[in-house]
Every structure is written in C-alpha cells, then in structure tokens.
Design a protein around this ligand. Structure first.
Ligand SMILES: [Zn+2]
Length: 311
C-alpha cells in the first residue's frame, strides 16, 4: 500500500526498506505540521529522490512515525512529483524514553490504540484518504517495559485486522526476541515482524536464530564507511541459507525542521553505488542480489495476515 494507493506487489521493484524524508525531534507535546514548509522540504528532498530513481530504485519505504514528523500529504506530493512509490506507516514510536508518544498512549489500552491504527488503515490518515502500508513501532534497547509490551500487543491486534507488517525499531536481540514471543502468543507468524536496526546486535548467531524462526533481519544503517561490514553480514547469512530473510537499507535522509535549511541531508545511494558492486566482487549472483533488494522487500511488505501455523 503506497501513499498513492495500492500497488501490485510484483511491481514494487528495487526497494529501500528503511529511509526517512523528514524527522522532527521536538517531541510529541510540541510537534505540528506548521513547523515545516512543504515547498521548502520538496525543493531540498527531490534531488535525492531523483538520484535513487536514476540508480534503478522504484520504491522507498518511509519509516518516520506519527509524532516524529510523518506528513503524508508531503509524502504523496513527493511521490507524485518524483515518480517513485513511497510507503508510509501507522503505529507509535515507544523508544527514546517515550518522548515521541502522545498522552493517550499512556492511558489507553492496547485495544484502543490498535483501533486508532486500524482506523488509519480503513479510512486513511488524518482525513486525507492516504493509507499506511505497514506498522512502525519502537522499543528501548533493553528488556521490554510495560508500555513497550502494550505497543507490541497493539501492533499484534492491528496486524490481525489489517495484514500490515510490523517493523519495530529495536536494536539488540533481547527485545527483538521478546517481541517475537508476544506475536507468537497472539498466534502471529514471526514473518510478520521486521527486526529493525539488527546491526546493533553484535552476536550474529542471533541473526540466525531470528531468521530461522521466520522473522526479517533488517540491516538498515548502511553508509559509505561500513560497506565491507554489511557485505560480511550478508555473506554470512547467505552461507547459512538465510538470504531470503534479510533486508538492507540506509536509514538516511532527512529534512530536520528547526535546523537552517533542514540541516545536513544524507542521500540514499550507497546501496546501489557501493554495496552492490562489493557483493558482485564477492561473487554474489544477480539472482541473490535481486532477492535482497527486490524479492525480500516485496515479500516483507505485501499486505497479508500471517498466522502462526500449528506445529
Ligand atoms: Zn529510522
């Protein structure tokens, strides 16, 4: 589901699974869409979207949640102007000591929060008619707090009603494994879960464990300095026959309101210009590379309820 409506999964093309157009760190109490000028953001961001299009990318998945600068009207305009699919999200960002959670996230039940997210799927976001294409949540790096558990339960309820995939900003393995357990208790297959920022986990045996369980391992902090390291991770998972569980992206961008000219912007092309040539040098086949940047995003983000099969 893109900001311009549904797209056939087979036409998703090469996809960047975790990027940002605009992020505002002012916090849930202060944030509002008047803090940035859409035309100014468009002028700044469009050249970077043109760059990824030239690199052969068709789809960019925008991971900025509500209360952190999600502006779906802006995303729709950028998508139409650049001729690039953009996918946005529903859900709440519970990490960073809950700075980006609205008041009602603390007081409402998981069911009530899920209802808000389900309504965005059913009726569109903020009366725009623009629908989310996945659920984005976030938890702190340690064991899950009560509010994190509530957010994941809300995500589970939302998944069963909408079929939207859950991408959770997580980092280390401990909270990733806990979230997967919560989903399993809710009879949801781990294949509905994306372990975002898995690169922050240093023990690679945890990648194997999670991938074998069927969840997505998202290595999404690629930049010009860590191309070799990412190629090593990919090689390792390929040798374990788990390439079909891996997602790669930059977590790059973004226009930051409050900074002059939106601050420093990081482009989205390292994957195409540096990582793919490096993988080719390591004898990865065209088909394997296609799996990584086309087939896996398609499988991860196709809207479908994924129930746990009884063993
Ligand atoms: Zn991010």
């Amino acid at each position: 589901m893109s900001v311009r409506g549904p797209i056939d999964p087979s036409s998703i093309g090469k996809t960047l699974v975790h990027e940002h157009i605009l992020v505002d760190f002012i916090g849930a109490k202060m944030i509002n869409n008047e803090r940035w000028n859409k035309d100014e953001v468009m002028d700044k961001v469009l050249p970077y979207l043109d760059e990824v299009k030239v690199a052969g990318c068709n789809t960019l998945i925008e991971c900025t949640p509500n209360y952190l600068g999600r502006d779906v009207v802006l995303l729709e305009k950028l998508s139409s102007t650049a001729g690039l699919n953009i996918i946005t999200n529903t859900g709440y960002y519970g990490g960073s000591d809950n700075k980006f959670l609205p008041e009602h996230a603390f007081t409402e039940t998981a069911d009530a929060l899920a209802n808000r997210w389900i309504n965005e799927w059913k009726f569109g976001i903020d009366k725009t008619g623009i629908k989310p294409g996945f659920i984005k949540t976030s938890v702190n790096p340690g064991p899950l707090t009560d509010i994190s558990k509530k957010l994941i339960n809300a995500a589970a309820i939302t998944h069963l009603k909408t079929g939207l995939t859950i991408a959770s900003h997580t980092g280390p393995a401990v909270p990733a494994l806990e979230q997967i357990e919560i989903l399993k208790k809710g009879k949801i297959s781990p294949s509905a879960f994306i372990w975002v920022h898995a690169q922050n986990e240093t023990d690679r045996s945890n990648y194997v464990k999670v991938a074998k369980d069927g969840a997505w391992v998202s290595l999404d902090g690629l930049n010009d300095e860590n191309v070799g390291e990412y190629a090593d991770h990919i090689d390792f998972l390929n040798k374990q026959k788990l390439l079909d569980r891996v997602l790669i992206s930059h977590d790059a961008g973004w226009y930051e309101p409050g900074k002059p000219g939106g601050g420093k912007f990081r482009g989205y092309t390292t994957l195409f210009q540096k990582l793919i040539p490096e993988l080719e040098k390591r004898n990865m086949s065209e088909l394997e590379i296609k799996t990584l940047i086309h087939q896996n995003p398609k499988n991860a983000f196709t809207v479908a309820v994924r129930r746990l099969k009884n063993k």
